[in-house]
Design a protein around this ligand. Sequence first.
Ligand SMILES: Cc1cc2nc3c(=O)[nH]c(=O)nc-3n(C[C@H](O)[C@H](O)[C@H](O)COP(=O)(O)OP(=O)(O)OC[C@H]3O[C@@H](n4cnc5c(N)ncnc54)[C@H](O)[C@@H]3O)c2cc1C
Length: 509
Amino acid sequence: MQSCEISSDSTDDPLSSGLHPHRQPRIVVIGAGLAGLAATKFLLENGFTDVTVLEASDHIGGRVKSVHHGGTTLELGATWIHGANGNPVYHLAEENGLLEHTTDGERSVGRISLYAKNGVAHYQTNAGRRIPKDLVEEFSDLYNEVYELTQEFFQNGKPVCAESQNSVGVFTRDVVRKKIMVDPDDSEIIKKLKLSMLQQYLKVESCESSSPSMDEVSLSEFGEWTEIPGAHYVIPEGFMKIVELLAQDIPSHTICLGKPVRHIHWNYSAQHQEVIAKNSDNNHNDNNYGGQSREEPFSLGRPVCVECEDEEWITADHVIVTASLGVLKQNHEAMFSPSLPEDKVLAIERLGISTTNKIFLEFEEPFWSPECNSIQFVWEDEAQLEQLAYPEELWYKKICSFDVLYPPERYGYMLSGWICGQEALYMERCDDETVAEICTDLLRRFTGNPDIPKPRHVLRSSWGSNPYIQGSYSFTRVGSSGADCERLSMPLPYANSTKAPVRNYEMTP
Ligand SMILES: Cc1cc2nc3c(=O)[nH]c(=O)nc-3n(C[C@H](O)[C@H](O)[C@H](O)COP(=O)(O)OP(=O)(O)OC[C@H]3O[C@@H](n4cnc5c(N)ncnc54)[C@H](O)[C@@H]3O)c2cc1C
């Protein structure tokens, strides 16, 4: 564990802060993921020198985790840079030569499977049959047509029928099913296959949005998330390179690893003034505060105090909290004193986050054909299901697909599976051996090939049970909106608060 060296040069002496209104502000950044590192880099570049990053885990990167395996790099977290111009991650990667030198067109891949730039997806049923490519394409067109309709609610301000209907899953299932059922050209068998494919598509969609189910995703807000134009780019050397680039100009003593924050005492200006007044009235300095005799951090003239798990208290002028929505949902009550204002609490409660996990399976030899870029699991017995939620022992039914990692010269014979929601957490509770066996059974069953060997290596993420992450990424749950994200990012105390004035600093102090 690194120690935190808090700057103490004379011009920054916190005790003399009252005499130096333009003293260097001390800023504590909680979290050394992309957001925390980017904020720290920005502050340092703009002349703020008293910045400390407190990171709970023993590494930087947060939800970026590139793992080197057998000469290649696998991403347990972020993988793609979605879009180009205007995407700061893209520009950082491009400027530092991290992207492959191919044309945008070659790098651009489809919406549903981002690995699927070469070859064709194999839609397999649980009876071990492959659904004909033509039928898959016909269904895909129908699904995408309805997907476009889901975008209109936000983009064209189209009202939803009723709040009970304000769900992407409910809407999509309803409209797609009706279209399937009224098609006079399809036999009952084809209709059933299409209905089953619909469920599979909804599973893929919920992995992409990291929601437990598309039934929980708000229809009225779904169209708010537009893609940045450009392709989806992979960084061959690993997304972690972006993290390293952000961190490279941050002095190592600035980042304290293994330093979980327990509590943030904020907005204490009023109490602080009272303490100072009382102390000077009594003409003593015994650090007695609130009736308890202990070291009083607020008497040091900083309005915020960060209490770490190791009992260290760090005073600051500002704190930037970059913990995930999952961490905030779980901990905000215990984490902030005073409690967060109601609008922030409501935003935390309304927005959604769920776990999406990846399962990498490495094989000695490919059992798939060279043109196959993914194996999609279509459960025919799920055609009429209203909800895609499973008991713990059937968690594997939520795995929507395994993508073939491309190119084989880089990845070997590697499949990457996706699972989301509560079932992803059930998977996290299993050991590697169990996951390997269950996934092999699935692949044998859906491909109809009983000879598929067990993979020689399994690697998977476990974002849900990581206490400092608690989920993969957020989504706009029914009842929430993009405005909730904005509410969460607004600085405290609010400018109109009478409790404490907002401090303004020039960017170059
Ligand atoms: C499986 C998966 C796939 C993804 N795919 C993509 C993708 O392809 N493209 C893309 O753009 N994005 C993707 N993302 C999302 C992307 O990874 C995140 O949006 C991004 O990494 C979040 O960065 P952050 O700094 O905001 O949060 P985090 O990375 O969560 O960083 C927050 C940090 O705060 C620390 N922390 C939490 N609590 C405390 C505490 N009490 N005290 C101290 N430290 C604390 C955590 O340990 C963590 O390091 C994916 C995420 C996952 C999980």
